[in-house]
Write a protein that binds this ligand. Structure first.
Ligand SMILES: [Ca+2]
Ligand SMILES: [Ca+2]
Length: 323
């Protein structure tokens, strides 16, 4: 009986010693616990299975041998949401002749023949990897596979060619679009403070105070949330667009039907408009003097035509550009 207990104890000790080999730690890997896809090629539709990445050395995915027939299932792969910088891989399989594939964010790829299949972690150095896959010259049991590393740490380039177009209480921003494959969105900063995030390379900021100076900056963010430096500061004052012409014909129609026509500079027209607007809101003088310029005939130093606010029915301004 005692001998039997000793034997049982010995069996248990051996079992415990053997146990670590079957609970081989692949934790910390980028695919650990996630399903890989068995398909006829990387990034193509297929059957998902967690068995090659379940951190259990007893479970496996059977990888058929590589086939030259395009439609044949011969690839096991995993696709990342964001580009990864891969620093190591770990593979436990029952067959040699397994080739690993690393697909980069620019669409190119590299391959690693005769991957080490005994489960040791092996250092590699591939940046901006968007998918990893494998094919085998023989049918193979893939017990466990994982890669190690971290999301890519390279931020997108700083947005350039920023145009800030002022308008009435608003500013239209536009800039040169970023082209990084992992680009995600732009941050817009107003006076140094994050205002909003957008995916397009134009944005209109409204509800600004006319005549007030604002600064704007744009940064670019990738899908791993790496953010570029802020762009150069664009300073802009929202204001109504200036008249296109430098002179105008002002035609004032009085309530009597009489029309008075004046050929004026835009400065004079704006002075008339300012008087009319303030009079309309109940302030300022009742009458306004308009210089008659070339119509200044006779022995007078200058001649002014007075228009009375209450007597104005309507007026029309026709801008033109003088040579
Ligand atoms: Ca497994
Ligand atoms: Ca990046």
């Amino acid at each position: 009986m005692k001998k039997f207990l000793h034997l049982l104890l010995l069996v248990m000790i051996i079992f415990l010693l053997v146990q670590p080999a079957t609970s081989f730690a692949y934790t910390g890997g980028l695919i650990n616990g996630k399903a890989m896809c068995l398909s006829n090629g990387i990034s193509l539709e297929g059957t998902e299975s967690p068995l090659a990445s379940d951190n259990n050395l007893n479970t496996y995915v059977t990888l058929p041998k590589w086939s030259s027939v395009v439609s044949e299932v011969d690839t096991l792969y995993y696709q990342f949401d964001c580009p990864m910088d891969i620093t190591a891989y770990q593979l436990k399989a029952d067959s040699t002749g397994i080739t690993l594939y690393f697909v980069f964010s620019d669409g190119s790829h590299t391959s690693l023949d005769n991957a080490i299949k005994v489960g040791t972690q092996t250092e590699i150095d591939y940046k901006n990897v968007v998918a990893v896959g494998m094919q085998s010259v023989n049918i193979a049991k893939i017990y466990e596979f994982d890669v190690f590393g971290d999301s890519n740490k390279t931020a997108p380039s700083v947005p350039t060619e920023i145009k800030a177009t002022p308008d009435n209480s608003s500013v239209l921003l536009s800039w040169k679009p970023n082209t990084e494959p992992d680009f995600s969105y732009y941050n817009i900063y107003k006076d140094g403070i994050l205002l909003t995030s957008v995916t397009n390379s134009t944005y209109e900021i409204t509800d600004l105070i006319e005549g007030t100076e604002y600064t704007f900056q744009i940064s670019a963010v990738d899908c791993a949330l790496n953010e570029s430096e802020k762009s150069e500061i664009s300073t802009v004052i929202p204001i109504s667009p200036q008249p296109s012409g430098n002179r105008a014909i002002l035609v004032v129609t009085m309530i009597t039907g009489l029309e008075k026509e004046f050929d004026l500079s835009m400065g004079e027209v704006n002075a008339f408009l300012d008087w009319y607007d303030s009079r309309d809101s109940g302030t300022g003088p009742a009458r306004f003097a308009i210089d008659k310029h070339d119509n200044n005939k006779g022995p007078f130093k200058n001649r002014k035509d007075y228009v009375i606010f209450d007597k104005i029915l309507t007026f029309e301004i026709s801008e033109y550009t003088a040579d």
